[in-house]
Design a protein around this ligand. Structure first.
Ligand code: SF4
Length: 488
C-alpha cells in the first residue's frame, strides 16, 4: 500500500468534537484525538537528523570531515550539494528563542563575521571543487537579513564564484526573513539576489502576545512583506507560527490563524512552544503564569489543524502544512520528501555543506557541527582549519535507522522488503524488541504493522515522533526529560 497524504484515506475523526466552526476540512490529512495526545505526548527529538545532534562527539573533528569529503570524491558521488549559511546576529531578543544567535546592535560585528564566513566558504569550495552543483541553498539564523543589501550582494557573489548553482527553476534557494527587518524593496532585492523561497517568522498577530515575547511586529508590516514576495516572484512563501506563547488564548489563536490563511501563504508551520528556561536563557523572561494550560494548547493545535485543513492545506508532518500544489506536498505524494536540519525538503539525496558558527552539515555518512562561539570560529579559520567542533560517523545500524526514521517522518510508512533489500537484515528479527513496542502502538491505533509495510495511521501522525523514538537506539541510554521538546 502506498499511502498518500492527499486526499486522506484514513478514518474520519467522527468521535472527536470539532473545535472551530470552520467547514469540514477539504483535505483531512490527520486525525486529532485529544485523549490520545494527552496520554502519549512526551518529550522527544524532532529528528532533523538521526542520530540526533546530542550524539555528536568531539572525537569527530576537522580531519574526519576532510576524510568524509575525500570519500565522496573517491566514490564519485552523484549527489548534488546543499548549502546552509548561518547568520547568527539579531537586533533584539525574542523571549521564546531557542536558536544559536548573538543579539547585538553593533553592526560592524557582521562585517567581521562576513569576512570569516567567506574564508570558510572558500575552503569548502576548494574541497568540493569539480564536484556536483548546488541545488539547495538556505540562509538561516539568527536573522539573515541582519546583513545589509551590499553585504548580501557580496556574499551571494562570493558563493556563485565558489560553487556551481543549478538554474533558478531547478534549485531551492531559501531565506528566513524577519519582517521587522525588511521593506518591500528589500524583498525584491532578495529575489534579484537569487532567492526563490522565503520564510517569514510571524508567531502571533496579537499585539499582547507580541509584547509578552518582546517581538512587536505590526500585522501590516508582515502583510506588506508577503505581498512584496508574491510580486517579486518568490516560488514559495512560508509563515511560521507558534502556539503555547504567553497571553495566547484560543480566541487570539483563531484570529491569528484566520489572518494567516487570508494572507494565502504556500506553507505554514505551526510550532509548539518548547519552554525550557533551564537551557535557553531568554525564556526565563517569559511569565509562566501567562502561558496557556496544556489543555488549551491542545485545543489550539486542534483549531489550527481544523482551520488549515478546511482552507485546503495538506498536513505534511510534524508542524508543517502546505498547499496541495506546493513542492513539499507534491514531493510527499511522490515519495521523495526529505528531512534535514532546516526541516522538510524536496531535495532528498544531497550532501549538506554548512558554513557559519554552529552550523550543522551532513556529508556522506557523517554529520558535523561547527564551533558555537565567534572567537573559536575566527581562531580556527585564522589557523586555516575548518571550524568543525564535533560530529559523528554513521555505522550500518545508524544508517539503517536513519533511513527508516526518514521514511516515517516524511511518508508515514516504510516498505519492509525495500528496507531489507537496502540493508542486510531480516526486519522482524533485527527489530524484534521494537516490534513489541509497535504492537502496543498498534493497539492504541497509532500504527499498522503488516508483513510488508509499517504504516502510521491518520491518528498516529501527530505522534510521529513517538513512533520514530521506538527506533532510536540512543534514547534508551539517554537521560530523558528536559533535553527535548514535547512531541505535541
Ligand atoms: S527568534 Fe529569530 S529573531 Fe528572535 S531572537 Fe531568535 S533568532 Fe533572533
Amino acid at each position: 500500500m502506498q499511502a498518500t497524504a492527499f486526499p486522506a484515506t484514513g478514518q474520519p475523526a467522527t468521535a472527536i468534537t470539532p473545535i472551530s466552526r470552520a467547514p469540514e476540512a477539504a483535505y483531512p490529512t490527520v486525525d486529532f484525538d485529544a485523549g490520545l495526545l494527552k496520554r502519549l505526548g512526551k518529550n522527544g527529538p524532532r529528528y532533523t537528523s538521526y542520530p540526533t545532534a546530542d550524539r555528536f562527539g568531539a572525537e569527530f573533528g576537522y580531519r574526519d570531515y576532510l576524510h568524509a569529503v575525500a570519500g565522496l570524491r573517491t566514490r564519485g558521488s552523484a549527489r548534488p550539494l546543499s548549502l546552509y549559511l548561518h547568520i547568527p546576529f539579531c537586533d533584539t531578543v525574542c523571549y521564546y528563542c531557542a536558536c544559536n544567535k548573538i543579539v547585538t546592535k553593533k553592526r560592524e560585528k557582521a562585517a567581521t563575521y562576513l569576512s570569516y564566513l567567506k574564508r570558510e566558504i572558500a575552503m569548502q569550495a576548494a574541497l568540493f571543487a569539480g564536484m556536483n552543483e548546488v541545488e539547495q541553498l538556505h540562509f538561516g539564523g539568527g536573522t539573515p537579513t541582519y546583513l545589509t543589501d551590499a553585504q548580501m550582494d557580496e556574499l551571494m557573489g562570493h558563493l556563485r564564484r565558489s560553487f556551481r548553482f543549478a538554474p533558478d527553476e531547478q534549485g531551492e534557494y531559501s531565506i528566513e526573513v524577519d519582517p521587522r527587518t525588511v521593506s518591500a524593496e528589500r524583498v525584491h532585492t532578495l529575489r534579484r539576489q537569487g532567492f526563490n523561497r522565503i520564510s517569514l517568522g510571524v508567531q502571533d498577530f496579537d499585539p499582547a502576545v507580541q509584547r509578552a515575547v518582546n517581538r512587536v511586529q505590526p500585522e501590516e508590516e508582515t502583510r506588506a512583506v508577503i505581498d512584496a514576495a508574491r510580486a517579486a516572484g518568490f516560488r514559495s512563501v512560508s509563515i511560521d507560527l507558534i502556539y503555547g506563547l504567553p497571553k495566547q488564548t484560543l480566541d487570539s489563536m483563531r484570529q491569528t490563524i484566520d489572518k494567516v490563511i487570508a494572507a494565502n501563504p504556500d506553507r505554514i508551520a505551526v510550532y509548539h512552544y518548547a519552554h525550557m528556561p533551564q537551557l535557553f536563557k531568554p525564556q526565563r523572561r517569559i511569565v509562566e503564569a501567562e502561558m496557556p494550560s496544556s489543555d488549551t494548547k491542545l485545543q489550539m493545535l486542534q483549531l489550527c489543524i481544523e482551520r488549515l485543513g478546511a482552507a485546503g492545506y495538506v498536513y505534511i508532518g510534524m508542524d508543517h502544512f502546505a498547499k496541495p500544489g506546493d513542492d513539499l506536498a507534491v514531493a510527499q505524494r511522490q515519495g521523495r520528501l526529505h528531512r534535514n536540519f532546516q526541516g522538510y525538503s524536496t531535495h532528498a539525496d544531497t550532501d549538506l555543506v554548512a558554513c557559519g558558527v554552529s552550523a550543522i552539515g551532513a556529508v556522506g555518512a557523517t554529520y558535523s557541527q561547527n564551533v558555537k562561539t565567534l572567537d573559536e570560529y575566527y581562531d580556527l579559520l585564522d589557523q586555516n582549519e575548518l571550524p568543525v567542533a564535533r560530529g559523528i560517523r554513521l555505522g550500518m545500524d545508524d544508517a539503517l535507522r536513519r533511513s527508516l526514521i526518514q521514511k516515517l517522518m516524511c511518508q508515514f510508512e516504510v516498505s519492509i522488503p525495500a528496507l531489507e533489500q537496502a540493508f542486510p537484515i531480516v526486519f522482524r528479527d533485527y527489530f524484534a524488541d521494537e516490534l513489541v513496542q509497535l504492537r502496543q502502538m498498534e493497539a492504541d491505533g497509532l500504527v499498522q504493522v503488516g508483513p510488508d509495510w509499517l504504516s502510521v495511521t491518520m491518528k498516529g501522525r501527530l505522534l510521529i515522533r513517538n513512533v520514530c523514538m521506538v527506533f532510536d537506539r540512543y534514547l534508551a541510554a539517554r537521560q530523558e526529560g528536559q533535553r527535548h521538546s514535547q512531541t505535541v
